[in-house]
Write a protein that binds this ligand. Structure first.
Ligand code: ADP
Ligand code: MG
Length: 140
């Protein structure tokens, strides 16, 4: 069904600080169903491929080096209106601008190291889930 899936990553600094469990609880309490999940460590090449859409942005090198520096948790999620509702749950890119009670307000340390990723469209959610998971790793 279109529109009911999104993709997230618990980013390197959040995993390293031991926040993965609390972030996962926040996501599940927020009404999302985990349909696929794994612990992984992206190579620089994988991070560059995942964020190819940001290739021309000034922070691309910093972003791809950071996202490949240590392990992350990658998760596919299901919920009605998943993409938009998850971005609301996550909050603004910069934690200083994020609403109270959002994941980034609670756990992000900076605009760059902002705890989690959230897909920005149904189309990109599908691409991002496919990037990380085979069909037989998804339990919908
Ligand atoms: P979002 O993750 O909120 O969708 P973007 O897609 O604009 O944000 O950016 C992707 C990621 O790149 C952000 O989550 C953050 O980790 C990083 N980033 C964004 N803007 C900056 C910036 N100005 N400086 C450093 N890193 C940034
Ligand atoms: Mg984005």
């Amino acid at each position: 069904m279109a529109g009911n899936r999104t993709f997230t990553m618990i980013k390197p600094e959040a995993v390293a600080k031991g926040y993965a469990g609390k972030i996962l609880d926040h996501i599940i309490t927020g009404g999302f169903k985990v349909i696929a999940m794994k612990f992984t460590h992206l190579t620089l090449q994988q991070a560059q491929a995942f964020y190819a859409v940001h290739k021309e942005r000034p922070f691309y090198v910093e972003l791809t080096e950071y996202m490949s520096e240590s392990p992350i948790v990658v998760i596919a999620l299901e919920k009605d209106n998943a993409v938009a509702d998850f971005r609301t749950l996550v909050g603004s890119t910069d934690p200083n601008e994020a609403n109270e009670g959002t994941i980034r307000k609670r756990f992000a340390e900076s605009k760059a190291k902002n705890a989690v990723h959230g897909s920005d469209s149904d189309e990109n959610a599908a691409v991002e889930i496919k990037f990380h998971f085979k069909d037989n790793e998804i339990f919908a």
